[in-house]
Design a protein around this ligand. Structure first.
Ligand code: SF4
Length: 297
C-alpha cells in the first residue's frame, strides 16, 4: 500500500470504514517488509516497555541527578492511597501519576518509549494504560490504539520535524497530546472522523507552546508538562466523542504549527536563552549544575 501524504487523504482512504490502525499497519508492513503480525509483536513489545516504565517510575521515586524532578508521580499516588481522592475520578489520578512516572523514569536514564519524543514520553503511555485498566480494554485494542497514535504522529512529522529545537514544544508535547487523544478515541471505539477531530482539537490548543528548558535539561517544564498534556488529550477526546468538530482541518493546523514554529524566536526553541530558563531561579539552577559538573569532572 502506498504512503499517505496528509490527513485529508487518510480520511478519504477510510471512507469504506477501514480503521486508521489497519491502514497504518498495511503501509508500515509494505514499507518495512514485515508481516502485520510481526509489526503487532513489535508494538506489543513497545506497549510492554511503556507499562514497565510506569511501574518502574512509580516504584523508584528518586530524584534525578539535577534534583529538579523524580518524586512527583508518587505524590499523586499517595494522595489516593491516603483516601484524599481527587474531585474527579480514579482515571484522572492514574493518568497524572502514570505520565509523571514515565518521564521521571526518563530523567533517571531508565528505559522509555519516545512517543513522539523522549521529552513527551509520558503522555501516550499514561492514557493508553490508564484507560485500559479502568475500562478493562484488551491488549489487542491497546496495540491498535498505539498504531493509530503512531500514524497520527507520523503524518504530522511528514510536514514538521518533531523537535523542540525546530518548532517548540508544540511539536513535542503538543503532538504527543494529539496522538494520545487519537489513541483514546480508538480505545473508546469512536469513529475515524472522531479520531481526527480529537487529534486536531488537542494540537490546535497547544499552538505556540515554547521550549524553554531550565539548564538545558529535559526536566523543567517538561516533566509536569507531560501530566498536563495527558489530561489535555482527555479533554480533546471527550469533546470529539461528544461530536464536537474542529473548524480548522487537521492539515491546516499542522501547517499553522509549522509556521508558528518557524516564527518562534530561537531563544524559545531548546536553546535555554529565554522564558523559564532565563528566570532568576532558572539561571541559579543552571549555575549550580554547572558548578557541580566541573567539580565532578
Ligand atoms: S519544553 Fe522542550 S525539551 Fe521540554 S518537552 Fe517540551 S520540547 Fe522537549
Amino acid at each position: 500500500m502506498s504512503n499517505i501524504e496528509n490527513f485529508q487523504e487518510l480520511q478519504e482512504r477510510t471512507r469504506d470504514n477501514n480503521r486508521f490502525y489497519e491502514i497504518f499497519l498495511e503501509i508500515e508492513s509494505a514499507k518495512l517488509e514485515k508481516s502485520k503480525d510481526q509489526l503487532k509483536e513489535l508494538m506489543r513489545a513497545h506497549l510492554n516497555d511503556m507499562k514497565v516504565s510506569i511501574k518502574q517510575g512509580l516504584s523508584n521515586p528518586q530524584l534525578s541527578v539535577s534534583g529538579m524532578s523524580g518524586t512527583d508521580s508518587v505524590k499523586v499516588v499517595e494522595r489516593y492511597d491516603k483516601g484524599k481522592k481527587l474531585p474527579m475520578n480514579k482515571l484522572f489520578g492514574k493518568i497524572l501519576s502514570y505520565a509523571l512516572a514515565v518521564i521521571e523514569e526518563n530523567q533517571r536514564m531508565g528505559k522509555i518509549v519516545a512517543c513522539p519524543t523522549a521529552g513527551s514520553c509520558g503522555i501516550v503511555p499514561a492514557v493508553v494504560v490508564a484507560y485500559a485498566e479502568e475500562f478493562n480494554i484488551s491488549e489487542e485494542m491497546q496495540i491498535n490504539s498505539l498504531f493509530t497514535a503512531g500514524g497520527i504522529g507520523k503524518l504530522v512529522a511528514q510536514e514538521v520535524p518533531l523537535a523542540g529545537a525546530v518548532a517548540g514544544c508544540q511539536a513535542e508535547c503538543g503532538v504527543g497530546s494529539a496522538m494520545a487523544a487519537a489513541a483514546i478515541v480508538e480505545l473508546m471505539s469512536g469513529t475515524n472522523d472522531m479520531i481526527i477531530n480529537a487529534a486536531a482539537l488537542a494540537l490546535k490548543n497547544t499552538l505556540g507552546l515554547v521550549c524553554d528548558p531550565v539548564a538545558g535539561l529535559v526536566e523543567v517544564p517538561c516533566v509536569k508538562r507531560n501530566a498536563f498534556y495527558a489530561i489535555h488529550a482527555v479533554s480533546a477526546s471527550e469533546l470529539a466523542l461528544a461530536g464536537v468538530e474542529t473548524v480548522i482541518p487537521m492539515d491546516e493546523i499542522v501547517v499553522a504549527m509549522k509556521q508558528i514554529g518557524y516564527l518562534m524566536s530561537p531563544d524559545l526553541k531548546e536553546s535555554s536563552d529565554g522564558g523559564l530558563a532565563t528566570t532568576e531561579t532558572g539561571q541559579s539552577i543552571a549555575k549550580r549544575l554547572e558548578k557541580l559538573w566541573f567539580e565532578n569532572k
